[in-house]
Design a protein around this ligand. Structure first.
Ligand SMILES: C[S@@+](CC[C@H](N)C(=O)[O-])C[C@H]1O[C@@H](n2cnc3c(N)ncnc32)[C@H](O)[C@@H]1O
Length: 222
């Protein structure tokens, strides 16, 4: 790792909070169900999976969204490889990653594999999954990426606390780096975020959010 690790605070229920953003990495209650609802259902996955499907993500954090996608890929029984590329400026240490993922018992074997891989990220993580974490500020690394995502997980901290990850130019780069008929999903329904994603070329929809959250956003590139 050529960058300092994220500094965390742990709540009494073991939820990690990023000190620099004063925001939790996942929902305090039912993080796994929310991740499935927002990012899998929001991108119509696993229904849209096909061999060599490419997911891209803003904010790798604990890796929970990645593990959720990986488990869904395994369960879907698809042949071929799932490609997952995540853009992360402040990577968590392997020890903090292990601690953050410990509550998700059904993902234990995936989490163990990820924590080992983080210590030697030049090996393939699994025969049917390729994981790439692009370290650095996403405003620089996304425009420089030579991939095209079939689905985006837009998972910055809240737009009020982490405005850098929701800037118009970055949303434009996300649009450019989306394959035809590709999609995005995000937990936020902030009007300025939806407008930026519409300006980036997506047909944007506001839909029911997870649990007690009123709304979230999804979109498709025509
Ligand atoms: C809500 S967390 C992501 C949670 C993650 N998807 C998970 O499954 O745990 C937001 C992430 O965005 C990262 N981040 C914040 N600003 C960034 C930037 N400018 N470029 C890249 N990553 C950034 C943070 O370090 C943090 O890991």
């Amino acid at each position: 790792m050529n960058q300092p690790h994220a500094h965390l605070i742990w709540t009494d229920d073991e939820t990690p909070i990023a000190r620099a953003f004063d925001d939790p990495y996942y929902s305090l209650a039912n993080g796994l169900a929310e991740t499935r609802y927002v990012f899998l259902d929001g991108n119509d996955l696993p229904a849209r999976f096909f061999p060599a499907f490419e997911i891209a993500e803003l904010g790798f954090g604990t890796g929970l969204s990645f593990l959720t996608a990986w488990q869904a890929w395994d369960r879907s029984g698809h042949a071929g490889t799932l490609h997952f590329t995540s853009f992360e400026a402040f990577p968590m240490s392997p020890a903090d990653t292990a601690r953050a993922l410990a509550p998700f018992a059904e993902l234990r074997s995936y989490a163990d594999t990820l924590v080992n891989w983080l210590q030697d990220p030049f090996m393939p993580i699994a025969p049917n999954v390729s994981l790439t974490i692009c370290q650095g500020d996403a405003r620089r690394t996304v425009p420089a990426w030579d991939g095209q995502a079939d689905a985006w997980f837009l998972d910055g901290f809240s737009p009020a606390k982490n405005p850098e990850l929701w800037e118009a130019d970055l949303m434009k780069a996300v649009g450019t780096k989306t394959a035809p008929a590709g999609t995005f999903a995000t937990y936020t329904a902030a009007g300025h975020v939806r407008q930026k994603l519409a300006d980036a070329g997506f047909d944007v929809q506001r839909i029911k959010g997870f649990g007690r959250k009123r709304h979230m956003s999804i979109g498709t590139k025509p």
